[in-house]
Design a protein around this ligand. Sequence first.
Ligand SMILES: Cc1cc2nc3c(=O)[nH]c(=O)nc-3n(C[C@H](O)[C@H](O)[C@H](O)COP(=O)(O)OP(=O)(O)OC[C@H]3O[C@@H](n4cnc5c(N)ncnc54)[C@H](O)[C@@H]3O)c2cc1C
Length: 383
Amino acid sequence: MPNAWKLNGEAEALLARADQVAEKTIAPAAPAVDREARFPAGNIDALRSAGLLKLVSGKDAGGHGLGLRAAVSVAERIARECPSTAMIWIMHNCAAATIDKHGTPELRKAVAEGGKLATLAFSESGSRSHFWIPVGPAEKSGTNVKLNAAKQLITSAGACDLYVWSSKPAAAQGLSSIWAVPVNAAGLSIPAKYEGMGLRGNASAPITAKDVTIPASNLLGEDGKGFDVMMGIVMPFFSIQNCAVSLGMMEGAFARTIAHVNGSKFSYDGAAINSLPQVRGHVAKMRVKIDLLRGFLLDALDALEAGRADAMLRVLEAKVAGAETSLEVHDLAMRVCGGAAYRKDVGVERFFRDSRAATVMAPVSDALYEFIGKAVCGLPVFG
Ligand SMILES: Cc1cc2nc3c(=O)[nH]c(=O)nc-3n(C[C@H](O)[C@H](O)[C@H](O)COP(=O)(O)OP(=O)(O)OC[C@H]3O[C@@H](n4cnc5c(N)ncnc54)[C@H](O)[C@@H]3O)c2cc1C
């Protein structure tokens, strides 16, 4: 459908560029990225060349100054071919939006004009998926800050340029502070390569920080007020884009499922798999679930842009709606494609494996249901 995301002209032009990159560069590389658990550096270079790493950065810093609607459209398109690349790209946008709002002019330009790739380094092995309670300390020393931490499962670990990094506050009260940390800072190391079940290309490795010294001016937001940054910027960007990645994955799996059921035949009578009413019923269920999620996502974007009263609820719902719908749709894709679904050439099993991550990426679905439950019962959500 033309302009289904209701984009403005600039965003439509960028989506058209993303479409080209997805078709010419990302799609052909996707099976090998998965098979070899290889960070898709060529895909990221192509996205950078197309101006897509600066999509959310402010125009005054050299970016496009576009928001979540444009980001969602591109994330969904990339995820149809390579969910690993889509996850790297949305993590970059979360970090880039945080730097754009709170970073020094130099940092903002480094991302927007300089094409630096960034990511979120929040999760720690000490606080696991409860990223809003980092346990790694930050210690002030003159004009610098010293960070120590054991981060877990950080997308683009070692392959990006900048981490948007959480720690305990340096001096103030509060749960956390957020910093920009260069990937080559002395004291950072990656103790183990990521060999995941899914999203195998996104280098989600642990990172150890031992006395990592950065300028105190790399603070993003106020000391002790990391939670405000997490809730104000990161959460909407992550949750809504994550939903878009789940949607794109489902579209990717759906297209491959339809190709299989239409193209594979019983040789004894020449009928395709789609001649089975149960199969048609399952693909219909997949389509209904995908379209429901697409409608939800469009409404969530409307709610955020209009500042509607239910905007924060939509933010909390988006990641869990995407993640859980995606589990159901990918289960159906595997079922409908039968034993052939286990074959890599059919293409469905890669999406099935990739689709599992969204549920356990923080905030995990179980925690989100708890937050949403509190919200709809009128209780304090984070109390
Ligand atoms: C592919 C991938 C990429 C990732 N990329 C990043 C990244 O770029 N940056 C980053 O910071 N992190 C990243 N993570 C980490 C992610 O955000 C989570 O922190 C991590 O997956 C949590 O795993 P865990 O084993 O610590 O879960 P645990 O916290 O140990 O959870 C175990 C179980 O407890 C449940 N549970 C946990 N908390 C609650 C709660 N409050 N209420 C109810 N149930 C709960 C969970 O649902 C789960 O069933 C990534 C993870 C993956 C898998």
